[in-house]
Design a protein around this ligand. Structure first.
Ligand code: ADP
Ligand code: ZN
Length: 726
């Protein structure tokens, strides 16, 4: 018998291996196989009794890792679809479906097998290696250190002869204090308001029909969308089916985790990035065994191995974190639709600010639109005021960080004990470091971006490649003695805030403050319990938080995203303003939002002020139509990169020539042009953009790249439906 094995290697089709006699192998099981000098884990995607053609040097499966298939037929098929749609290999797609603990990561422990005790030992390195192992198991790294890199081949040979065992040891388990383990449901659903009721009835009716249906739940912030999801999930369980709920970032949604646990107890599993590998594997196998039937998780939870899927919910479906930015570059929201359709399940996408693509689908009646136009319990939408920062500029100091109005409102909150959130979409202290003499901006030597000054550890940092360097006392170009910091990040907001309000309790939430495990939860918990007055943060503070004591939200600058070279810049600006604003006034008292901007008359700012999504959509969709961007066009972006700029350019030229030859009247090929991030980590990057009117014509064009292998030293990355144009 022979098996087709998909390996997580780019561009590699499934390969045929012999199944060792007497072994039971089924589709979806993970196996170890040799590939060249390596031993890799792959997934069985097919089994045949005879070979379609003669294969020289046919290798055998070394080890069967599962007793039961890890992936069902349904997921294998979904993986194949991904491979075709996103131009990754089938094995890469399947690799994305398995939790990390099931992949060959962690430390590889090498030990002697029982067989080795009786076997005649080989000579040379192999023998010395075996002798060393007879004293106890070693990691692969230790072995290679002792015996030199050449031992890798010897090791593989010993492994394929069954003389050594290679086991993946998982990193130790550390349990998070206070992590979910409420096993009994403790929560009772509230009575829904009329809008919620209508939405729920529509979804229930669709669930009862047992057929694919898709809904877009457009509900303003605080309108009770989550409650509708929970009741839809409850109904799915009553039908004996399973449900998946996706959230953009699981760590930020502690309140949703708590609500799911309280409502569904043991029947729920949370695939949380804060879990250890082992805990994740445990949660995954509870789902796989059918013990957990409600799955809550981020992007990759779309692949949760539930047996009988009835419902997939995608909360805040516009969020760009649903797109995976490394291969396989899939979009979980779109895959949710593909999976739901294949299984006759119901799809519910929800947001206060739907993605243009999703609302467009609702307009075209591919999705049924459900509206929740009001907040629950007659709570008012927050009042949004635009603050003109041009008027606040002082001739000597330039624009201040805080307007007079914002300072006054903060002061009032401090006096009454209410909480405030300040949002700025930039971390660090100062995003620009400039020489006052020659006006040169200090940039990363390896990337084409400016370095960001971090006051907390007093260094300059590149936010692209992570390189840090101590702040230079002098300008590298003209030698001027003192560099000037310009612009502001969250660290500066925090620092200045302390000078205005020395006794206020201030917390900061951004990538830099949550490096340690559990910091994020701690910060959110302390703010939630009222142990701080002001929370300063990046977009993290915009995401779905429900803090009833927050009555003031200040957007330090609404302009940061407005002029980025990305066709989604205005959409993002609208979303972020409305979402951050939505954190205010969720409790009893009304909320106030101050939006500081230099662009008071910009239509996106004024539409965000009135929180008028439909008008925003009309304006934006017209632009997309005129400029031929999604949802009117299907995009793909290709980045060619190399440390050698000429090599990157040559590759880009070759790629674009092939694409242009294959392009028809429905396709436009733009570029190659320097990518907006022209250099990253010493590599020069050229970008090519494909715009097609349909998926079919785009895939015909992309088909022209088949078989193109970049020369060594150059790389090519293909991104289908790119989320980020930078
Ligand atoms: P959204 O997801 O739209 O922002 P949530 O579902 O989180 O809104 O609801 C906001 C708050 O209102 C939550 O604390 C939730 O428990 C509460 N809530 C939701 N629906 C109702 C209802 N029908 N009656 C009373 N409270 C509700
Ligand atoms: Zn850099």
């Amino acid at each position: 018998m022979f098996a087709e094995i998909a390996l997580a290697v780019p561009g590699l089709k499934p390969l045929t291996y012999r199944i060792p006699g007497g072994e039971r192998v089924a589709k979806g099981m993970r196996v170890e196989v040799p590939l060249g000098r390596r031993i890799l884990t792959g997934v069985v995607v097919d089994i045949t009794g005879h070979l379609p053609r003669e294969i020289r040097n046919l290798k055998s499966i070394i080890k069967i890792m599962d007793q039961e298939p890890a992936l069902t037929e349904e997921l294998l098929v979904l993986g194949k679809w991904m491979a075709e749609y996103y131009y990754c290999s089938w094995g890469e797609a399947l690799g994305a479906m398995l939790p990390a603990a099931y992949k060959p990561v962690g430390r590889e422990m090498i030990s002697r097998t029982e067989l080795a005790k009786q076997a005649v030992l080989p000579r040379g390195t192999a023998r010395r290696l075996m002798e060393r192992l007879s004293q106890g198991a070693l990691t692969r790294r230790e072995l290679l250190r002792n015996f030199g890199a050449g031992a890798a081949r010897v090791l593989n040979e010993l492994h394929s002869r069954g003389l050594v065992n290679v086991e993946i040891k998982l990193p130790g388990t550390r349990r998070q204090p206070g992590s979910e383990n409420h096993s009994v449901p403790t929560d009772h659903p509230p009575v829904l308001n009329p809008h919620q009721t209508t939405a729920r009835e529509c979804i229930w009716t669709a669930l009862d029909k047992d057929k694919y249906a898709a809904f877009l739940l457009h509900g303003v912030t605080g309108s009770g969308k989550t409650e509708v999801y929970l009741q839809a999930i409850a109904h799915t369980l009553e039908q004996g089916r399973d449900a998946i709920m996706l959230v953009p970032e699981i760590a930020l949604t502690t309140h949703i985790r708590a609500r799911i646990a309280a409502r569904f107890g043991d029947r729920a599993a949370v695939l949380h990035s804060g879990l250890s590998l082992k805990e994740r594997a445990e949660a995954w196998s509870r789902i796989h065994q059918g013990e957990a039937r409600v799955v809550l998780g981020a992007r990759s939870a779309v692949f949760a191995p539930v047996k009988n899927l009835g419902l997939i919910v995608v909360d805040e479906e516009y969020e760009s974190s649903y797109k995976q930015e490394d291969a396989p570059r899939y979009q979980a929201r779109d895959l949710a639709a593909v999976r739901a359709r294949a299984l006759g399940a119901v799809l519910v996408l929800g947001s206060a600010t739907p993605a243009m693509e999703s609302y467009f689908n609702a307009r075209r009646e591919r999705y049924t639109l459900l509206n929740l136009p009001e907040r629950v319990d007659n709570k008012k939408m927050p009042e949004i005021r635009i603050v003109d920062m041009l008027r606040e500029i002082s001739p000597r100091k330039g624009p201040p960080l805080f307007s007079r109005q914002l300072l006054d409102e903060l002061e009032k909150r401090l006096a009454t004990g209410e909480q405030s959130i300040l949002f700025l979409n930039r971390r660090g202290y100062a995003p620009l470091v400039m020489c006052p003499e020659c006006r040169r901006v200090i940039t990363c030597p390896d990337c084409s971006v400016s370095l960001v000054y971090h006051r907390v550890d007093d260094n300059l940092r590149c936010h692209l490649c992570g390189r840090t360097s101590p702040p230079r006392p002098a300008c590298p170009q003209c030698g001027a003695a003192c560099l000037r910091l310009s612009g502001a990040g969250t660290q500066r907001v925090e620092e200045e805030l302390r000078t205005y309000f020395p006794s206020a309790r201030i917390l900061r939430l951004d990538q830099d403050t949550i490096k340690k495990r559990g910091e994020l939860e701690k910060t959110l918990e302390s703010f939630g319990q009222g142990r701080a007055d002001i929370l300063v943060g990046t977009q993290m503070v915009a995401k779905g938080m429900d803090f009833p004591r927050v009555t003031l939200v200040g957007i330090i600058s609404a302009d940061t995203a407005l002029h980025l070279p990305d066709f989604r810049a205005e959409e993002r600006t609208f979303q972020i303003v409305v979402q951050v604003a939505g954190r205010a006034g969720r409790g009893g008292r009304p909320g106030l939002v101050l939006v500081q901007t230099m662009n008071v008359a910009h239509p996106v700012i004024t539409l965000a002020q009135s929180q008028n999504y439909p008008d925003f959509f009309e304006r934006e969709i017209e632009q997309r139509r005129l400029l031929n961007y999604p949802p009117y066009a299907r995009l793909a972006s290709i980045i060619c990169r190399s440390r050698n700029p000429q090599a990157a350019w040559n590759l880009a030229q070759k790629v674009s020539a092939r694409l242009k030859r294959a392009a028809g009247p429905q396709d436009t090929i733009l570029g190659p042009a320097p990518s907006p991030r022209e250099r990253v980590a010493r590599e020069t990057r050229f970008q090519i953009l494909i715009k097609s009117t349909s998926h079919v014509s785009r895939s015909r064009v992309l088909g022209a790249l088949k078989g193109l292998v970049p020369p060594s030293g150059s790389k090519m990355a293909l991104d289908v439906d790119p989320q980020n144009m930078l």
